[in-house]
Design a protein around this ligand. Structure first.
Ligand SMILES: Cc1cc2nc3c(=O)[nH]c(=O)nc-3n(C[C@H](O)[C@H](O)[C@H](O)COP(=O)(O)OP(=O)(O)OC[C@H]3O[C@@H](n4cnc5c(N)ncnc54)[C@H](O)[C@@H]3O)c2cc1C
Length: 465
Protein backbone atom coordinates (compact mmCIF):
# COMPACT_ATOMS: atom_id res chain seq x y z
CA UNK A 1 0.00 0.00 0.00
CA UNK A 2 1.31 3.48 -0.86
CA UNK A 3 1.60 5.45 2.38
CA UNK A 4 -0.46 8.63 2.52
CA UNK A 5 1.48 11.90 2.70
CA UNK A 6 2.02 13.53 6.06
CA UNK A 7 -0.24 16.48 6.81
CA UNK A 8 0.04 19.38 9.21
CA UNK A 9 -2.14 19.79 12.28
CA UNK A 10 -3.14 23.19 13.71
CA UNK A 11 -0.44 22.68 16.35
CA UNK A 12 2.16 22.71 13.54
CA UNK A 13 3.00 19.02 14.06
CA UNK A 14 3.34 16.96 10.90
CA UNK A 15 0.93 14.06 11.17
CA UNK A 16 1.36 10.76 9.32
CA UNK A 17 -1.50 9.88 6.99
CA UNK A 18 -1.85 6.44 8.49
CA UNK A 19 -0.97 4.34 11.52
CA UNK A 20 -1.85 0.90 12.76
CA UNK A 21 -2.87 2.23 16.19
CA UNK A 22 -3.60 5.78 17.37
CA UNK A 23 -3.32 6.35 21.13
CA UNK A 24 -5.16 9.39 22.46
CA UNK A 25 -3.19 10.81 25.40
CA UNK A 26 0.49 10.90 26.35
CA UNK A 27 -0.02 10.43 30.07
CA UNK A 28 1.46 7.37 31.77
CA UNK A 29 -1.46 5.18 30.52
CA UNK A 30 -1.11 6.14 26.86
CA UNK A 31 2.68 5.98 26.89
CA UNK A 32 2.65 2.58 28.59
CA UNK A 33 0.13 1.29 26.03
CA UNK A 34 2.29 2.51 23.11
CA UNK A 35 5.44 1.06 24.69
CA UNK A 36 3.83 -2.33 25.29
CA UNK A 37 2.41 -2.38 21.75
CA UNK A 38 5.94 -2.00 20.40
CA UNK A 39 7.10 -4.81 22.73
CA UNK A 40 4.35 -6.99 21.22
CA UNK A 41 5.63 -6.25 17.71
CA UNK A 42 3.14 -3.49 16.78
CA UNK A 43 5.46 -0.62 15.84
CA UNK A 44 3.24 1.63 13.71
CA UNK A 45 1.81 3.47 16.72
CA UNK A 46 1.09 7.18 16.99
CA UNK A 47 0.48 8.84 20.37
CA UNK A 48 -1.32 12.18 20.07
CA UNK A 49 -1.62 14.80 22.83
CA UNK A 50 -1.98 18.60 22.75
CA UNK A 51 0.14 18.82 25.92
CA UNK A 52 3.77 17.83 26.45
CA UNK A 53 3.93 14.16 27.56
CA UNK A 54 3.08 13.38 31.20
CA UNK A 55 2.15 16.95 32.13
CA UNK A 56 -1.58 16.80 32.93
CA UNK A 57 -1.86 14.31 35.82
CA UNK A 58 1.05 11.88 35.56
CA UNK A 59 3.65 14.32 36.93
CA UNK A 60 1.47 15.40 39.87
CA UNK A 61 1.36 12.16 41.83
CA UNK A 62 3.01 11.08 45.07
CA UNK A 63 4.53 8.28 42.94
CA UNK A 64 3.94 5.50 45.45
CA UNK A 65 3.31 1.84 44.69
CA UNK A 66 2.13 -1.25 46.59
CA UNK A 67 0.86 -4.75 45.92
CA UNK A 68 -1.48 -4.45 48.97
CA UNK A 69 -5.08 -4.48 47.68
CA UNK A 70 -8.29 -5.96 49.05
CA UNK A 71 -9.49 -7.81 45.92
CA UNK A 72 -7.87 -10.66 43.95
CA UNK A 73 -7.90 -8.91 40.57
CA UNK A 74 -6.29 -5.73 41.98
CA UNK A 75 -3.60 -7.82 43.70
CA UNK A 76 -3.05 -9.60 40.36
CA UNK A 77 -2.90 -6.36 38.33
CA UNK A 78 -0.59 -4.58 40.77
CA UNK A 79 1.66 -7.63 41.25
CA UNK A 80 2.06 -7.85 37.49
CA UNK A 81 2.74 -4.10 37.34
CA UNK A 82 5.42 -4.36 40.02
CA UNK A 83 6.96 -7.40 38.26
CA UNK A 84 7.23 -5.20 35.16
CA UNK A 85 8.53 -2.18 37.13
CA UNK A 86 11.30 -4.35 38.56
CA UNK A 87 12.14 -5.82 35.15
CA UNK A 88 12.24 -2.34 33.56
CA UNK A 89 14.32 -0.99 36.45
CA UNK A 90 16.84 -3.79 35.71
CA UNK A 91 16.70 -3.08 31.98
CA UNK A 92 17.07 0.71 32.31
CA UNK A 93 19.77 0.67 35.00
CA UNK A 94 17.11 1.92 37.43
CA UNK A 95 16.39 5.06 35.43
CA UNK A 96 13.28 5.76 37.55
CA UNK A 97 14.80 5.18 41.04
CA UNK A 98 12.54 2.37 42.21
CA UNK A 99 12.67 2.46 46.02
CA UNK A 100 11.18 -0.38 48.02
CA UNK A 101 10.86 1.02 51.53
CA UNK A 102 7.30 -0.13 51.98
CA UNK A 103 4.14 1.46 53.33
CA UNK A 104 3.70 1.80 57.09
CA UNK A 105 0.06 2.01 58.24
CA UNK A 106 -0.11 3.33 61.82
CA UNK A 107 -3.01 3.54 64.26
CA UNK A 108 -3.77 4.77 67.79
CA UNK A 109 -6.88 2.58 68.02
CA UNK A 110 -6.69 -1.05 69.17
CA UNK A 111 -9.90 -1.96 67.33
CA UNK A 112 -8.51 -0.51 64.12
CA UNK A 113 -5.28 -2.48 64.65
CA UNK A 114 -7.34 -5.68 64.95
CA UNK A 115 -9.19 -4.79 61.74
CA UNK A 116 -5.94 -3.97 59.91
CA UNK A 117 -4.46 -7.27 61.09
CA UNK A 118 -7.43 -9.29 59.94
CA UNK A 119 -7.37 -7.44 56.57
CA UNK A 120 -3.66 -8.25 56.32
CA UNK A 121 -4.41 -11.97 56.58
CA UNK A 122 -7.14 -11.63 53.95
CA UNK A 123 -4.85 -9.72 51.54
CA UNK A 124 -2.05 -12.24 52.16
CA UNK A 125 -4.47 -14.99 51.16
CA UNK A 126 -5.03 -13.19 47.83
CA UNK A 127 -1.37 -13.65 46.92
CA UNK A 128 0.29 -10.49 48.27
CA UNK A 129 2.76 -12.38 50.50
CA UNK A 130 2.69 -13.67 54.06
CA UNK A 131 2.08 -11.88 57.37
CA UNK A 132 4.78 -11.82 60.10
CA UNK A 133 3.64 -10.71 63.54
CA UNK A 134 5.97 -8.93 65.95
CA UNK A 135 5.11 -8.82 69.63
CA UNK A 136 7.32 -7.76 72.53
CA UNK A 137 8.38 -11.36 72.97
CA UNK A 138 8.64 -12.65 69.43
CA UNK A 139 9.32 -11.92 65.81
CA UNK A 140 12.49 -10.95 63.96
CA UNK A 141 11.84 -7.81 61.97
CA UNK A 142 13.99 -7.16 58.91
CA UNK A 143 14.22 -3.42 58.16
CA UNK A 144 13.86 -2.19 54.57
CA UNK A 145 16.88 -1.09 52.57
CA UNK A 146 17.03 2.70 52.25
CA UNK A 147 17.39 2.52 48.47
CA UNK A 148 16.88 0.06 45.65
CA UNK A 149 14.33 -2.65 45.05
CA UNK A 150 16.28 -5.87 45.45
CA UNK A 151 14.55 -7.16 48.60
CA UNK A 152 12.46 -10.26 48.07
CA UNK A 153 10.41 -9.70 51.26
CA UNK A 154 6.72 -9.54 50.41
CA UNK A 155 3.56 -9.51 52.53
CA UNK A 156 3.54 -7.43 55.68
CA UNK A 157 4.99 -7.12 59.17
CA UNK A 158 2.38 -6.56 61.86
CA UNK A 159 3.52 -4.67 64.98
CA UNK A 160 1.04 -5.59 67.66
CA UNK A 161 2.07 -2.91 70.17
CA UNK A 162 3.28 0.67 70.11
CA UNK A 163 6.61 -0.38 71.63
CA UNK A 164 7.41 -2.97 68.97
CA UNK A 165 6.42 -0.44 66.30
CA UNK A 166 8.65 2.31 67.77
CA UNK A 167 11.47 -0.18 68.18
CA UNK A 168 11.55 -0.47 64.39
CA UNK A 169 10.45 3.12 63.65
CA UNK A 170 11.60 5.36 66.56
CA UNK A 171 10.23 8.50 64.91
CA UNK A 172 6.57 7.36 65.28
CA UNK A 173 4.69 9.17 68.08
CA UNK A 174 3.66 7.78 71.46
CA UNK A 175 -0.06 7.58 70.74
CA UNK A 176 0.42 4.82 68.13
CA UNK A 177 -0.60 1.38 69.43
CA UNK A 178 0.69 -0.62 66.47
CA UNK A 179 0.95 -0.75 62.72
CA UNK A 180 1.55 -2.73 59.58
CA UNK A 181 4.59 -2.49 57.31
CA UNK A 182 3.70 -3.59 53.76
CA UNK A 183 6.87 -4.73 52.01
CA UNK A 184 6.30 -4.94 48.26
CA UNK A 185 5.73 -1.21 48.13
CA UNK A 186 7.55 2.11 47.93
CA UNK A 187 7.96 4.82 45.33
CA UNK A 188 9.58 5.73 42.01
CA UNK A 189 10.01 8.65 39.63
CA UNK A 190 6.86 8.56 37.48
CA UNK A 191 8.22 11.17 35.11
CA UNK A 192 11.39 9.14 34.50
CA UNK A 193 9.44 5.88 34.10
CA UNK A 194 7.23 7.57 31.50
CA UNK A 195 10.17 9.20 29.75
CA UNK A 196 12.00 5.86 29.55
CA UNK A 197 8.97 4.00 28.15
CA UNK A 198 8.34 6.79 25.62
CA UNK A 199 11.97 6.82 24.45
CA UNK A 200 11.91 3.03 24.10
CA UNK A 201 8.66 3.16 22.14
CA UNK A 202 10.00 5.86 19.81
CA UNK A 203 13.22 3.91 19.25
CA UNK A 204 11.04 0.93 18.31
CA UNK A 205 9.12 2.99 15.72
CA UNK A 206 6.29 4.75 17.57
CA UNK A 207 5.68 8.49 17.18
CA UNK A 208 4.47 11.06 19.72
CA UNK A 209 2.76 14.06 18.14
CA UNK A 210 1.35 17.35 19.40
CA UNK A 211 -2.35 17.79 18.68
CA UNK A 212 -5.83 17.17 19.98
CA UNK A 213 -7.93 14.33 18.61
CA UNK A 214 -11.13 16.11 17.68
CA UNK A 215 -13.07 13.31 15.97
CA UNK A 216 -12.92 9.57 15.38
CA UNK A 217 -14.54 7.84 12.41
CA UNK A 218 -15.76 4.27 12.10
CA UNK A 219 -17.81 2.19 9.66
CA UNK A 220 -19.59 -1.15 10.01
CA UNK A 221 -16.23 -2.91 10.30
CA UNK A 222 -14.93 -0.64 13.04
CA UNK A 223 -12.49 2.26 13.48
CA UNK A 224 -11.26 3.84 10.23
CA UNK A 225 -9.55 7.13 11.12
CA UNK A 226 -9.08 9.98 13.58
CA UNK A 227 -8.87 13.72 12.95
CA UNK A 228 -6.25 15.82 14.73
CA UNK A 229 -6.92 19.50 15.51
CA UNK A 230 -9.98 19.37 13.26
CA UNK A 231 -7.90 19.20 10.09
CA UNK A 232 -5.39 16.34 9.74
CA UNK A 233 -6.76 12.84 9.14
CA UNK A 234 -4.88 9.70 10.20
CA UNK A 235 -6.35 6.44 8.92
CA UNK A 236 -5.99 3.64 11.49
CA UNK A 237 -7.37 0.27 12.49
CA UNK A 238 -7.32 0.78 16.25
CA UNK A 239 -7.91 3.70 18.59
CA UNK A 240 -7.04 3.78 22.31
CA UNK A 241 -8.70 6.25 24.66
CA UNK A 242 -6.06 7.04 27.30
CA UNK A 243 -7.49 10.49 27.95
CA UNK A 244 -7.13 10.41 31.77
CA UNK A 245 -9.55 12.97 33.27
CA UNK A 246 -10.83 13.64 29.73
CA UNK A 247 -11.67 9.97 29.03
CA UNK A 248 -15.39 10.75 29.19
CA UNK A 249 -15.12 13.46 26.49
CA UNK A 250 -12.84 11.24 24.37
CA UNK A 251 -15.34 8.37 24.77
CA UNK A 252 -18.03 10.52 23.17
CA UNK A 253 -15.84 10.71 20.04
CA UNK A 254 -16.53 6.97 19.56
CA UNK A 255 -20.16 7.30 20.66
CA UNK A 256 -19.85 5.82 24.15
CA UNK A 257 -20.52 7.23 27.59
CA UNK A 258 -17.55 6.25 29.77
CA UNK A 259 -18.86 5.81 33.34
CA UNK A 260 -16.29 7.89 35.22
CA UNK A 261 -16.17 10.95 37.41
CA UNK A 262 -13.17 12.96 38.56
CA UNK A 263 -12.15 14.19 42.01
CA UNK A 264 -9.64 16.95 42.69
CA UNK A 265 -6.71 15.78 44.82
CA UNK A 266 -3.80 17.94 45.96
CA UNK A 267 -0.38 17.22 47.37
CA UNK A 268 2.14 19.39 49.14
CA UNK A 269 5.95 19.32 48.94
CA UNK A 270 7.65 20.67 52.08
CA UNK A 271 11.25 21.82 52.36
CA UNK A 272 11.72 20.00 55.63
CA UNK A 273 14.69 21.98 57.02
CA UNK A 274 13.81 21.07 60.64
CA UNK A 275 13.91 17.31 59.88
CA UNK A 276 10.30 16.67 60.85
CA UNK A 277 10.16 13.76 58.43
CA UNK A 278 12.74 11.10 59.23
CA UNK A 279 14.84 10.48 56.10
CA UNK A 280 14.74 6.70 56.57
CA UNK A 281 10.92 6.61 56.70
CA UNK A 282 8.84 4.50 54.35
CA UNK A 283 5.51 5.88 53.08
CA UNK A 284 3.76 6.56 56.41
CA UNK A 285 -0.02 6.56 56.70
CA UNK A 286 -2.05 7.57 59.73
CA UNK A 287 -5.03 5.19 59.55
CA UNK A 288 -7.37 6.98 62.00
CA UNK A 289 -9.71 9.93 61.70
CA UNK A 290 -8.43 12.84 63.78
CA UNK A 291 -9.17 16.29 65.16
CA UNK A 292 -6.55 19.00 65.00
CA UNK A 293 -5.96 20.97 68.19
CA UNK A 294 -6.10 24.50 66.87
CA UNK A 295 -5.12 27.44 69.09
CA UNK A 296 -7.93 29.88 70.06
CA UNK A 297 -6.71 32.38 67.41
CA UNK A 298 -6.61 29.66 64.75
CA UNK A 299 -10.08 28.49 65.80
CA UNK A 300 -11.45 32.05 65.39
CA UNK A 301 -9.74 32.42 62.03
CA UNK A 302 -11.30 29.18 60.73
CA UNK A 303 -14.75 30.32 61.87
CA UNK A 304 -14.33 33.81 60.37
CA UNK A 305 -13.19 32.39 57.01
CA UNK A 306 -16.03 29.86 56.77
CA UNK A 307 -13.73 26.87 57.37
CA UNK A 308 -15.56 25.44 60.41
CA UNK A 309 -15.43 21.97 58.82
CA UNK A 310 -11.73 21.78 59.75
CA UNK A 311 -12.63 22.16 63.44
CA UNK A 312 -14.39 18.79 63.56
CA UNK A 313 -13.28 15.24 62.89
CA UNK A 314 -11.16 14.94 59.74
CA UNK A 315 -10.79 11.80 57.60
CA UNK A 316 -8.29 8.95 57.94
CA UNK A 317 -5.22 8.43 55.81
CA UNK A 318 -3.11 11.56 55.97
CA UNK A 319 0.15 10.27 54.50
CA UNK A 320 3.56 11.26 53.29
CA UNK A 321 7.09 10.22 52.47
CA UNK A 322 10.59 11.62 52.18
CA UNK A 323 11.37 12.83 48.65
CA UNK A 324 14.80 12.61 47.02
CA UNK A 325 17.91 10.94 48.44
CA UNK A 326 18.95 10.77 52.10
CA UNK A 327 20.53 14.27 51.79
CA UNK A 328 17.41 15.87 50.29
CA UNK A 329 15.37 18.16 52.59
CA UNK A 330 12.10 17.55 50.74
CA UNK A 331 9.08 15.57 51.91
CA UNK A 332 5.64 15.03 50.37
CA UNK A 333 2.30 15.04 52.17
CA UNK A 334 -1.21 14.24 51.02
CA UNK A 335 -4.56 14.17 52.77
CA UNK A 336 -7.79 13.41 50.94
CA UNK A 337 -9.94 15.80 52.95
CA UNK A 338 -13.17 16.53 51.10
CA UNK A 339 -12.52 15.77 47.40
CA UNK A 340 -14.51 17.96 44.99
CA UNK A 341 -16.21 15.73 42.44
CA UNK A 342 -16.96 16.72 38.83
CA UNK A 343 -17.96 15.12 35.54
CA UNK A 344 -16.25 17.92 33.61
CA UNK A 345 -12.71 18.51 34.88
CA UNK A 346 -11.17 21.93 34.38
CA UNK A 347 -7.64 23.33 34.63
CA UNK A 348 -5.90 24.88 36.43
CA UNK A 349 -7.29 23.04 39.42
CA UNK A 350 -8.41 25.07 42.39
CA UNK A 351 -5.75 24.78 45.11
CA UNK A 352 -6.88 25.23 48.72
CA UNK A 353 -4.71 27.81 50.53
CA UNK A 354 -5.18 26.02 53.90
CA UNK A 355 -4.14 22.64 52.50
CA UNK A 356 -0.38 22.76 53.45
CA UNK A 357 -1.21 23.73 57.05
CA UNK A 358 -3.82 20.97 57.35
CA UNK A 359 -1.49 18.29 55.96
CA UNK A 360 1.38 19.35 58.21
CA UNK A 361 -0.88 19.35 61.30
CA UNK A 362 -2.36 16.00 60.30
CA UNK A 363 1.09 14.42 59.93
CA UNK A 364 2.03 15.44 63.49
CA UNK A 365 -0.39 12.74 64.74
CA UNK A 366 2.18 10.10 63.81
CA UNK A 367 5.32 12.21 63.25
CA UNK A 368 5.58 14.47 66.33
CA UNK A 369 8.73 16.12 64.93
CA UNK A 370 6.52 17.77 62.28
CA UNK A 371 5.08 19.97 65.05
CA UNK A 372 8.27 22.05 64.67
CA UNK A 373 6.27 23.77 61.91
CA UNK A 374 3.17 24.59 63.97
CA UNK A 375 4.55 28.12 64.40
CA UNK A 376 5.23 28.59 60.72
CA UNK A 377 5.17 26.43 57.63
CA UNK A 378 8.43 25.76 55.83
CA UNK A 379 8.88 26.60 52.13
CA UNK A 380 6.34 24.50 50.22
CA UNK A 381 4.50 24.04 46.94
CA UNK A 382 1.07 22.59 46.29
CA UNK A 383 -0.02 20.93 43.09
CA UNK A 384 -2.48 18.23 42.14
CA UNK A 385 -4.89 16.95 39.59
CA UNK A 386 -7.80 14.57 39.23
CA UNK A 387 -8.41 11.00 40.34
CA UNK A 388 -10.62 9.75 37.51
CA UNK A 389 -12.70 6.90 38.91
CA UNK A 390 -15.44 4.42 38.24
CA UNK A 391 -18.03 3.69 40.93
CA UNK A 392 -16.10 0.54 41.93
CA UNK A 393 -12.77 2.44 41.83
CA UNK A 394 -11.34 -0.19 39.51
CA UNK A 395 -9.82 0.73 36.12
CA UNK A 396 -11.51 0.37 32.74
CA UNK A 397 -9.25 -1.58 30.40
CA UNK A 398 -10.42 -3.27 27.21
CA UNK A 399 -12.60 -2.88 24.12
CA UNK A 400 -15.37 -0.27 24.10
CA UNK A 401 -17.71 0.94 21.34
CA UNK A 402 -16.92 0.19 17.67
CA UNK A 403 -14.56 -2.69 16.77
CA UNK A 404 -10.97 -1.52 17.10
CA UNK A 405 -11.76 1.00 19.87
CA UNK A 406 -10.20 0.46 23.32
CA UNK A 407 -10.03 2.20 26.68
CA UNK A 408 -7.24 2.44 29.26
CA UNK A 409 -8.63 4.82 31.86
CA UNK A 410 -10.09 5.37 35.34
CA UNK A 411 -6.69 4.84 36.95
CA UNK A 412 -7.86 6.79 39.98
CA UNK A 413 -5.17 7.46 42.61
CA UNK A 414 -3.06 4.44 41.58
CA UNK A 415 -2.30 5.06 37.89
CA UNK A 416 1.46 5.25 38.29
CA UNK A 417 1.74 1.91 40.07
CA UNK A 418 -0.79 0.29 37.71
CA UNK A 419 0.58 1.84 34.51
CA UNK A 420 2.86 -0.97 33.38
CA UNK A 421 0.25 -3.72 33.76
CA UNK A 422 -2.62 -1.52 32.53
CA UNK A 423 -0.69 -0.52 29.40
CA UNK A 424 0.40 -4.10 28.82
CA UNK A 425 -3.19 -5.37 29.17
CA UNK A 426 -4.49 -2.70 26.78
CA UNK A 427 -1.78 -3.61 24.26
CA UNK A 428 -2.70 -7.30 24.56
CA UNK A 429 -6.33 -6.44 23.78
CA UNK A 430 -5.31 -4.34 20.74
CA UNK A 431 -2.82 -6.89 19.41
CA UNK A 432 -5.17 -9.79 20.11
CA UNK A 433 -2.60 -11.36 22.41
CA UNK A 434 -3.24 -13.88 25.20
CA UNK A 435 -5.10 -12.17 28.03
CA UNK A 436 -4.25 -12.83 31.70
CA UNK A 437 -6.93 -14.37 33.98
CA UNK A 438 -7.64 -10.98 35.61
CA UNK A 439 -8.50 -9.26 32.29
CA UNK A 440 -12.29 -9.68 32.59
CA UNK A 441 -12.40 -7.84 35.94
CA UNK A 442 -11.38 -4.62 34.17
CA UNK A 443 -13.78 -4.72 31.20
CA UNK A 444 -16.62 -2.21 31.04
CA UNK A 445 -19.14 -5.08 30.69
CA UNK A 446 -18.92 -5.66 34.46
CA UNK A 447 -21.36 -2.76 34.90
CA UNK A 448 -24.00 -4.67 32.91
CA UNK A 449 -24.17 -7.31 35.67
CA UNK A 450 -26.84 -6.38 38.27
CA UNK A 451 -25.36 -8.77 40.86
CA UNK A 452 -21.99 -7.06 40.53
CA UNK A 453 -23.60 -3.62 40.77
CA UNK A 454 -25.44 -4.61 43.96
CA UNK A 455 -22.23 -6.00 45.46
CA UNK A 456 -20.17 -2.88 44.80
CA UNK A 457 -22.89 -0.59 46.08
CA UNK A 458 -22.82 -2.54 49.35
CA UNK A 459 -19.03 -2.62 49.75
CA UNK A 460 -16.54 0.10 50.67
CA UNK A 461 -14.39 1.73 47.98
CA UNK A 462 -11.08 0.08 47.08
CA UNK A 463 -9.22 3.20 48.29
CA UNK A 464 -6.19 4.88 46.76
CA UNK A 465 -3.38 4.96 49.24
C1 LIG B 1 -2.33 14.35 43.98
C2 LIG B 1 -2.22 13.01 43.31
C3 LIG B 1 -1.48 11.99 43.91
C4 LIG B 1 -1.36 10.74 43.28
N1 LIG B 1 -0.57 9.79 43.86
C5 LIG B 1 -0.41 8.60 43.23
C6 LIG B 1 0.46 7.63 43.78
O1 LIG B 1 1.07 7.82 44.83
N2 LIG B 1 0.61 6.45 43.10
C7 LIG B 1 -0.04 6.21 41.93
O2 LIG B 1 0.12 5.12 41.39
N3 LIG B 1 -0.86 7.13 41.38
C8 LIG B 1 -1.06 8.32 41.99
N4 LIG B 1 -1.88 9.25 41.46
C9 LIG B 1 -2.70 8.90 40.28
C10 LIG B 1 -1.96 9.01 38.96
O3 LIG B 1 -1.23 10.21 38.90
C11 LIG B 1 -2.98 8.94 37.82
O4 LIG B 1 -3.80 7.78 37.98
C12 LIG B 1 -2.29 8.82 36.47
O5 LIG B 1 -1.34 9.84 36.31
C13 LIG B 1 -3.32 8.89 35.35
O6 LIG B 1 -2.63 8.79 34.14
P1 LIG B 1 -3.38 8.93 32.76
O7 LIG B 1 -2.38 8.68 31.69
O8 LIG B 1 -4.62 8.12 32.77
O9 LIG B 1 -3.89 10.45 32.71
P2 LIG B 1 -3.09 11.79 32.37
O10 LIG B 1 -1.72 11.79 32.92
O11 LIG B 1 -3.99 12.92 32.76
O12 LIG B 1 -2.96 11.77 30.79
C14 LIG B 1 -4.10 11.90 29.94
C15 LIG B 1 -3.64 12.63 28.69
O13 LIG B 1 -4.69 12.56 27.71
C16 LIG B 1 -4.62 13.74 26.95
N5 LIG B 1 -5.85 13.93 26.20
C17 LIG B 1 -7.11 14.09 26.70
N6 LIG B 1 -7.98 14.30 25.69
C18 LIG B 1 -7.27 14.26 24.52
C19 LIG B 1 -7.60 14.42 23.13
N7 LIG B 1 -8.87 14.66 22.72
N8 LIG B 1 -6.61 14.32 22.22
C20 LIG B 1 -5.34 14.05 22.61
N9 LIG B 1 -4.97 13.91 23.90
C21 LIG B 1 -5.91 14.02 24.84
C22 LIG B 1 -4.38 14.82 28.01
O14 LIG B 1 -3.87 16.01 27.43
C23 LIG B 1 -3.38 14.12 28.94
O15 LIG B 1 -2.05 14.44 28.63
C24 LIG B 1 -2.01 10.51 42.05
C25 LIG B 1 -2.75 11.53 41.44
C26 LIG B 1 -2.86 12.77 42.05
C27 LIG B 1 -3.65 13.86 41.38
Amino acid sequence: MIPLARTTAASGATIPGSAEVVVCGAGIAGISTAFHLTRLGVHDVVVVDPRPPLTLTSDKSTECYRNWWPTPHMVALMSRSIDLLEAYADESNDRFSLTRRGYLYVTADGTELDRMTSDAHLIASLGAGSVRTHTKASGVYQPADLGGYSSDLTGADVFSSGDTLRNAFPFIGDQAVGGIHVRRAGWLSAQQLGAWMLEEAITAGAECLTGEITSVQSDKNGITSVVVDGQATVTCKSFVNAGGPLAKAVGRLVGVEVPVHSEIHQKVSFKDHKAGFHRSAPVVIWSDPQRISWSPDEHDFLVETGNESFLGELPRFVHGRPEGGTESPWALGLWDLIPKVTATPEWPIEVDSLYPELVMRGLTAMLPAMSAYCDGLPEHTVDGGYYTKTIDNIPLIGPIGPAGSYLCAALSGYGIMAACAAGELTALHVADGPLPPHADAFRIERFDDPTYLRAITASASAGQI
